[in-house]
Ligand binder design. Structure first.
Ligand code: MG
Length: 255
């Protein structure tokens, strides 16, 4: 009986492992479908492709609403100094309203998926805001019961540290590229998500991160040769504007 259970368990684990990939769609999967970046539609397309993750960028408005956009400006308005109402006067190119984090999460929750949400919290202008944006984001994730689905990245080291302080179990990677794996590890940070050129210049950081059991991610890896280089170096995630190509290359390697 025990043997039968073990056999089924191993088959199940093999199935799960086989169906996993490392590809993170940068700002969602937008390119081939001509969708706006950082839209609900591009996130849902990353889910439909079965990507490991869909990345998106979070800002806080002047009236304390978390919204999704890449730049700190939207239609020439500084997001941090504008209200949601003013920002939403301008729809995205596919007609979607500028997504709030809540609307984005609710749309994600309509899907039963393994695709993870890779939440980039954008740099802010003060220590107070670095705390506020983390508190609000973590509260939203908790309220919508998405704690097990969301990982975090940031260029702002105050935000990285606040995430680990307020939720030690959250998986957090640093983006800016100047800190060694050992320095990040000493601060309790889980991984490195650096521009691909950093790892090409400092391949010893790949070895160092792996020996410290830290996760490795690289952005934004778009050409075939570079995608293959990161697949060969067994990165945990590869962030790309070309998720279809990257998924195909990864699938080809596993054959
Ligand atoms: Mg981003």
């Amino acid at each position: 009986m025990k043997k039968a259970f073990l056999f089924i368990y191993i088959m199940f684990i093999n199935f799960v492992t086989m169906s996993q990939n490392t590809i993170v769609a940068h700002r969602g999967a937008w390119k081939t479908q001509k969708l706006p970046e950082n839209s609900i539609a591009s996130m849902l397309h990353a889910v439909a492709l079965g990507c490991y993750g869909s990345e998106f960028d979070v800002h806080l408005t002047a009236d304390n609403v978390l919204v999704i956009n890449h730049d700190d400006k939207y239609h020439d308005m500084v997001i941090e100094k504008s209200t949601l109402e003013d920002l939403r006067k301008f729809p995205l190119s596919n007609g979607e309203k500028l997504p709030t984090l809540k609307a984005f999460f609710l749309a994600y929750k309509t899907k039963k998926t393994k695709t993870r949400l890779i939440c980039e919290i954008k740099p802010v202008s003060s220590d107070e805001k670095a705390l506020q944006i983390v508190e609000l984001t973590l509260a939203m994730v908790k309220d919508l019961k998405l704690t097990s689905k969301v990982d975090y990245i940031s260029f702002d080291y105050r935000i990285v540290k606040n995430l680990k302080k307020l939720n030690p179990k959250a998986h957090v990677q640093y983006l800016n590229g100047e800190k060694s794996p050992a320095d990040l590890h000493a601060d309790g940070v889980d991984g490195l998500d650096y521009h691909f050129s950093v790892f090409k210049k400092k391949p010893e950081w790949i070895t160092e991160a792996k020996s410290l059991k830290m996760s490795l991610n690289a952005w934004t890896v778009n050409d075939e040769a570079t995608i293959k280089w990161f697949l060969d170096n067994k990165f945990d995630q590869i962030t790309t504007n070309e998720p279809e190509l990257a998924l195909m290359l990864e699938k080809g390697k596993k054959k």
